[in-house]
Write a protein that binds this ligand. Structure first.
Ligand SMILES: [Zn+2]
Length: 500
């Protein structure tokens, strides 16, 4: 069949490297703080000097186990490490300590809501290993000599590698999966998961095949430094491999290619190594040890609600709009603030979500602040929304009150009182304002009576200006309409206002 010849399937598997959030490195007490002066957070152990003995950081194992539990992995009964040999200047020992024969977790899954519905993506394994240092390549100086600088601050930071089964079928799916995984890691507080600081990195393996055929030769893509780069790099590579297949020139060997962000292409780096190239063997300096069931059960009990569960609860229990539930479930602090506010708020949950994702997020972005920096409580925030619902203030004034709460931390009731921002809900007061406006704009009144509907909004605006936004909008509309009808009945005489 000619159709099947033209159709291809894309198969993507991901290898995600996550720096675990420990204070000390994996084998020594050096700090893991990001951004320090180069080579100031090092010691004989993480510099790989002869005689340095590694001592395992228990916290790193705990964070790896927590991740394994959340990713539904089968956890290893004992914990072992192996040496992976390769030579590179940022790896001073000449080998990396990793877990090859017995990863800490295997056969897990993460459920992800893709565009075409939810699906479990299988996690092949997760394993603990150490970070390498960092190499900075400098361009040639005036003497024409290029140089490379090495920083070992990162050397020995605990790293968790998460490997998916090759079952993502498009670049978009790969991105959506990674966004979900990042949200899970943030929610578990096992990693900062910041792509821009390198604490969340991804290599992707992509191959294409005709349906029903065996997996094609893989290309490993590197240098994918943002979610956008991941998707764009995979889209390019998918197209390149399909074009080769269409020409009858499938890949001869497996290779590693780098994404060139500027040129928008992938560039050949080297042939892909096979496991045998690394001469793995068990690490003799770290004895294997048993992972106690009680410890794991305690970690399981303390697992927080993962984003997917939270999203479903927000949709089902609070009837939040799908997009809002998705946004909130991925922002842990905002979600906690949302739920705390609901305890004091008498209105609907969607209103709270709208305010948090709208005005509050806008203020926080503008001032580069986070929920933890807010100078007011969820109770105050709920009080503000209650004032709005009870029509003590209009929604426009509510925004102004929030801005002041944000700036000063003052309670909303005090702000409204001090500023005299209560809504005018007394009909006779509103009527007076309306009549003033109509009397001062008699030609606009004639226009309106002549059919120019737009004048109505002008009158509303004028009254609002005069009342400094305090006139109750529904009352104003109602009274304005009635007064204009009164003008019509008075005839085409010039409107003089109320003379009674
Ligand atoms: Zn050290």
């Amino acid at each position: 069949m000619w159709v099947s010849k033209l159709r291809y399937e894309t198969v993507i598997g991901l290898e995600v490297h996550v720096e675990l959030k420990t204070k000390a490195k994996l084998w020594c007490g050096c700090s893991t703080q990001f951004g320090a002066e180069p080579n100031t957070q090092v010691c004989p152990v993480c510099l790989g000097l002869p005689g340095g003995l590694p001592i395992l950081n228990k916290k790193a194992v705990e964070l790896a186990l927590t991740t394994g539990l959340a990713l539904n992995c089968v956890l290893a009964e004992d914990c072992r490490f192996d040496r992976k040999h390769y030579f590179y200047p940022d790896l001073p020992k000449g080998y990396q300590i990793t877990q090859f024969y017995q990863p800490i977790g295997r056969e897990g899954w993460l459920e992800v809501e893709f565009a075409d519905g939810p699906r479990r993506v299988r996690i092949k394994e997760i394993h603990l290993e150490e970070e390498a240092g960092r190499t900075y390549h400098l361009p040639p100086g005036p003497d024409g000599v290029a140089a490379s600088l090495l920083d070992y601050n990162r050397s020995g930071i605990p790293l968790l590698e998460i490997v998916t089964a090759p079952e993502l079928s498009s670049p978009e799916q790969a991105r959506v999966f990674l966004e979900e995984l990042k949200a899970v890691l943030e929610c578990l507080e096992v990693s900062d998961a910041k792509m821009e600081e390198g604490s969340f990195r991804c290599d992707a393996n992509l191959s294409v095949r005709r349906p029903g055929e065996e997996l094609g030769k893989r290309v490993e893509l590197k240098n994918l430094n943002s979610f956008r780069a991941i998707e764009a790099g995979l889209v390019y590579e998918e197209g390149r491999q399909r074009a080769l297949l269409a020409k009858g020139e499938p890949l001869r060997g497996e290779e590693v290619r780098a994404w060139d962000e500027e040129k928008g292409i992938t560039v050949y780096m080297r042939e892909k190594e096979q496991a045998a190239d690394y001469r793995y063997f068990p690490e003799p300096e770290i004895p294997a040890f048993v992972l106690v069931g009680d410890w794991i059960e305690a970690l399981r009990t303390n697992l927080p609600e993962i984003p997917l569960e939270k999203r479903r609860r927000y949709r089902e229990v609070y009837q939040l709009a799908t997009a809002d539930a998705a946004l909130l479930s991925r922002r842990k602090a905002e979600a906690a603030f949302f739920e705390a506010t609901l305890q004091y708020y008498q209105g609907g949950a969607q209103t709270v979500a709208n305010w948090i994702l709208g005005e509050l997020t806008r203020l926080m972005k503008e001032t580069k602040k986070e929920v933890a920096d807010l100078p007011f409580s969820a109770e105050d925030f709920a009080a503000l929304l209650n004032f709005q619902d009870q029509k003590v203030i209009s929604s426009k004034i509510a925004k102004a009150v929030l801005a002041e709460m944000f700036r000063t931390g003052t309670e909303p009731a005090a702000i409204i009182e001090q500023r005299g921002w209560q809504q005018i809900t007394d009909p006779s007061a509103v009527k007076m304002l309306v009549r003033e406006t109509l009397a001062a704009n008699s030609s606009a009144v004639q226009d309106y009576l002549g059919g120019k509907q737009k004048a109505f909004a002008f009158f509303v605006g004028d009254v609002m200006r005069k009342s400094k936004g305090r006139a109750n909008p529904e009352l104003l509309n109602e009274i304005l309409r009635a007064e204009l009808e009164r003008c019509r009945s008075v005839g085409n005489r010039e409107y003089q206002g109320d003379k009674q």
